[in-house]
Design a protein around this ligand. Structure first.
Ligand code: SF4
Ligand code: SF4
Length: 442
């Protein structure tokens, strides 16, 4: 019987050609080759950009800090190779806009920065020390959001946290990076979760995985045995891994409009983030590499451990190159990922996948007029009226869009996926959101 743990609305893109996961789900994580030059953007996270602490000509080690946090909601950035700083200059970025980046020429010596060492056992660390380690390691949400993790783990005193969830849903079609991490590194993920529990003073927690990953569920269940950690099986539905939908599925608590998970006593960390937290606590390693699913129309769909700053072109070449004529290249998954136009853009902290789609799978049909079928309303997991929001955006009625809760849109793409008129609903709603935010800033 299907798991009862789920949320209202949502879709099933994991069927038919958009499933995609079998392409790479059985491929163990493999180290990608390291490029001659890495390009590390100062903006790889939500919040203030990092501030360079090196200059052109400096020799750097693997794991050495090259840019410090630019504020509280910010994180430091580390060299992913040993070598020499070539330049600090604008370079192509996954967002599509050039971004100031530290460019490092690799000397292929992989000299580890001497300051890197284990912080000791969890028992010997205080909650504050754990949060400081996570902050100093430059850890952000690895599911794609790239929100600084130390901020999540520092709720104000009036927000009492009683629920910690490791997000192992990985509901995006094609992506299998978290699946492989759960399967291959369950002990590390459980240890990372224990660090989060201690940092927040929470005695119990859970790891939530969609039921289409039985091998991963078995692996983390074994690793969690004898600890106050439950492994929960979620129904397969998109966007099951979105924070608010996951919290509802697990606790039946609804994060209020404009609110945060901490408003309902919950903190969610992605499985990849829990893994990085383990690496920082037990080995002292900062975030300088991550698992990326390289899939779709490539010759060897894979899950690769990629050094941050590696150009997309290098990773695609390592996966055997494109297997045909590519219509669309996406950083991330097909639902929430960002279309790429420049293969020089580098892998960053939030890059969970590189997906190449051909004309058959890219779904680039012509948009036509809305037929008021209501399908978009039925699937919206946030209870919004997507056709109306898009209508407001098209007619520049941004105040009306604000009143209709446009800012609650999590940009999951479910509405656009089911729209028979192929309306560009997410792009329109994104436009409305940015206009509303700009007005609020003024
Ligand atoms: S309106 Fe936003 S939250 Fe609702 S389905 Fe569309 S993209 Fe998802
Ligand atoms: S699904 Fe598309 S056609 Fe149907 S109401 Fe929504 S926007 Fe209009």
């Amino acid at each position: 019987m299907a798991s009862k743990l789920t949320f209202k609305g949502g879709i099933h893109p994991l069927r038919g050609i958009h499933h995609g996961k079998p392409l790479s789900e059985k491929r163990p994580i493999e180290a990608c080759s390291v490029p001659e030059e890495v390009v590390l953007p100062l903006s790889q996270h939500i919040g203030a950009p990092s501030v360079p602490v090196v200059k052109a000509g400096d020799r750097v080690d693997l794991g050495q800090m090259i840019a410090d946090a630019g504020g509280y909601v910010s994180v430091p950035c580390f060299s992913s190779v040993s070598g020499t700083v070539k330049a600090i200059e604008p370079r192509p970025h996954i967002s599509g806009r050039p971004m100031l980046s530290v460019v490092i020429q690799n000397d292929f010596e992989d000299r580890l920065y001497p300051g890197i060492k284990s912080a000791g056992s969890l028992e010997s660390l205080s909650p504050k020390q754990i949060v400081d380690i996570i902050k100093s390691a430059g850890i952000v949400g690895m599911g794609g959001a790239a929100f600084p993790t130390h901020v999540k783990l520092s709720p104000p005193p009036e927000k009492k946290i009683d629920t910690v969830i490791v997000n192992g849903a990985e509901c995006e079609p094609y992506l299998t990076a978290d699946h492989r991490l759960l399967l291959e590194h369950p002990d590390e993920i459980v240890h990372g979760l224990e660090a989060v529990m201690k940092a927040l003073g929470v005695g119990e927690a859970c790891i939530a995985v969609e039921e289409n990953k039985p091998d991963a569920i078995a692996a983390v269940s074994k690793a969690a045995q004898g600890k106050n950690i439950r492994v929960l099986t979620l129904r397969v539905k998109y966007p099951q891994g979105a924070e608010k939908q996951l919290i509802y599925a697990v606790t039946k608590r609804q994060v209020p409009s404009g609110g945060l998970p901490m408003d309902v006593g919950a903190v969610v960390v992605n499985a990849g983030t829990a893994y990085q937290i383990d690496q920082a606590v037990s080995k002292g390693l900062p975030l300088y590499q991550r698992v990326v699913t390289v899939t779709g129309c490539v010759n060897n769909p894979s899950n690769l451990m990629v050094r941050l700053g590696t150009p997309l072109s290098h990773v695609i070449a390592y996966a055997g190159g494109f297997s045909g004529r590519i219509e669309k290249l996406i950083a991330g998954g097909p639902m929430m990922g960002i279309t790429q136009y420049n293969l020089d853009a580098p892998v960053m902290k939030g890059t969970s996948g590189i997906l190449a789609l051909d004309a058959k799978t890219a779904r680039s049909a012509q948009a036509s007029a809305c037929i008021r079928c209501g399908k978009c309303i039925a699937v919206c997991p946030m209870g919004l009226q997507p056709y109306l929001l898009s209508d407001y955006a098209e007619n520049e009625r941004f105040e009306d869009a604000e009143k209709a809760h446009a800012l609650d849109c999590i940009e999951c793409g479910s509405c656009a996926y089911v729209c028979p008129a192929n309306r560009h609903l997410v792009q329109e709603i994104r436009l409305a959101k940015s206009q509303i935010m700009q007005k609020r800033k003024k």
